[in-house]
Design a protein around this ligand. Structure first.
Ligand code: ATP
Length: 359
């Protein structure tokens, strides 16, 4: 049987970016589907030699593929992340944060959150202005459209994964802005009655996540709350370096139009080119991309295989192990092939294997 094939935009980056790209390609060969990568060179060199045209190309390729995997890029004249966010109107960020069994943390309880954050507005779009010498004011902006987009995404994700949604804000105090947020969320929640939904005040939520983390799954929040919560959750989970996120753009019906997946870490210039980079975050980003394509079983297998190997002690040096980027990638790919029942690649110069059984 032919393996299903999906086009995927791949945005090449700087520092450890090329090694991560090779790791991703190696891993993709272990999947029972075919990912047809369409690379765009967003490295500093690529950006300097092509100028603004490189972003036109990136936007075109991402829009035609609808899903993109982005490697870390340095911010020099401009921040590629900011340019792409603006050009593709990426208004929502989905950031899973979970404790990784075996990776040491100060916080010992299991945490498994999906933070869905409206990435525009709140207090972040207006730097404010002084009023005389001793005062200052800024606007807090909440708009129906991005809230609806984030809420629809969160409830759809909840439906697919069987998880609960908690929306959180300070609606008792910020009555106009946070009140609008909770009203729009409630409208969307009413269209998904099978999804459990509750509302928490944001200050109380921070305490409750620490006291009873198992009660929280998907958390839907405005921009600044999502910013604070993501960092707190990463600190609790101890997984700052291995996080990944989805940056989402929507059509006029609030359906995902484009999704760009990336790792939370940067370009790590200190270890670039040394085969030391930990590809876990980009693998988790790829797992999210597979979920977005509807390949939930494969996405989950990739995530679980990566985490299981970390638990067994198969780790790169940053996590106290002795694996290189290449040996870690091979270990994940081999185990994934075994779990998904995918044939090993034929030795070079031999004809390709006849067919790949589906999982
Ligand atoms: P940038 O300016 O691109 O953000 P940075 O060095 O300031 O780069 P990071 O790239 O996040 O920030 O690196 C912070 C530290 O974490 C560095 O010591 C780096 O080597 C390490 N690091 C980051 N990502 C990885 C990775 N994937 N594998 C191993 N170590 C990493």
């Amino acid at each position: 049987m032919m393996r299903p094939c999906y086009p995927v935009a791949e945005l090449l980056g700087d520092g450890i970016g090329p090694e991560l790209s090779r790791a991703v390609r190696g891993l993709a060969d272990a999947l029972p589907i075919r990912l047809e990568f369409r690379p765009v060179d967003l490295s500093l060199e690529g950006r300097r030699s092509r100028g603004a045209a490189i972003y036109d190309e990136a936007v075109e390729v991402i829009e035609s593929c609808r899903v993109a995997l982005k490697h870390p890029t340095v911010t020099a004249e401009e921040s590629p992340n900011a340019v792409l966010r603006r050009r593709l109107n990426l208004s929502v960020i989905h950031r899973p944060v979970s404790t990784i069994p075996g990776v040491p943390t100060n916080f010992t309880r299991p945490l498994d959150l999906d933070i869905v954050r409206i990435a525009t507005g709140g207090t972040y779009d207006d730097p404010g202005r002084p009023i005389g010498e001793d005062g200052a004011v800024s606007l807090r902006i909440v708009e129906r459209q991005p809230v609806r987009e984030a809420a629809r995404y969160a409830f759809n994700f909840a439906r697919k994964t069987g998880r609960r949604v908690t929306s959180s804000s300070k609606y008792t105090i910020q009555r106009a802005t946070d009140g609008l947020f909770e009203r729009v969320v409630k409208e969307v929640a009413q269209l998904a009655p099978e999804v459990p939904h509750n509302v928490e005040l944001f200050d109380a939520l921070l305490a409750k996540i620490i006291l009873t983390p198992e009660r929280y799954q998907i958390i839907l929040v405005l921009n600044e709350y999502g910013d604070f919560l993501s960092d707190m959750a990463c600190g609790l989970a101890g997984s700052l370096g291995i996080g990944a996120s989805a940056n989402l753009g929507f059509d006029s019906q609030a359906v995902v139009r484009v999704a760009l997946f990336d790792a939370a870490h940067g370009t790590a210039p200190d270890i670039a080119g040394q085969n030391k980079a930990n590809p876990t975050a980009i693998f988790l980003a790829l797992a999210m991309l597979l979920n977005q394509l509807g390949e939930l079983t494969i996405g989950e297998a990739l995530k679980q295989t990566t985490l299981d190997l970390l638990l067994e002690g198969v780790r790169t040096r940053d996590l106290g192990g002795s694996e290189t980027t290449e040996t870690f990638t091979r270990a994940v790919a081999d185990e994934l092939r075994r779990r998904l029942n995918v044939n090993s690649p034929a030795p070079t110069a031999s004809p390709p294997p006849p067919s790949h059984p589906q999982p």
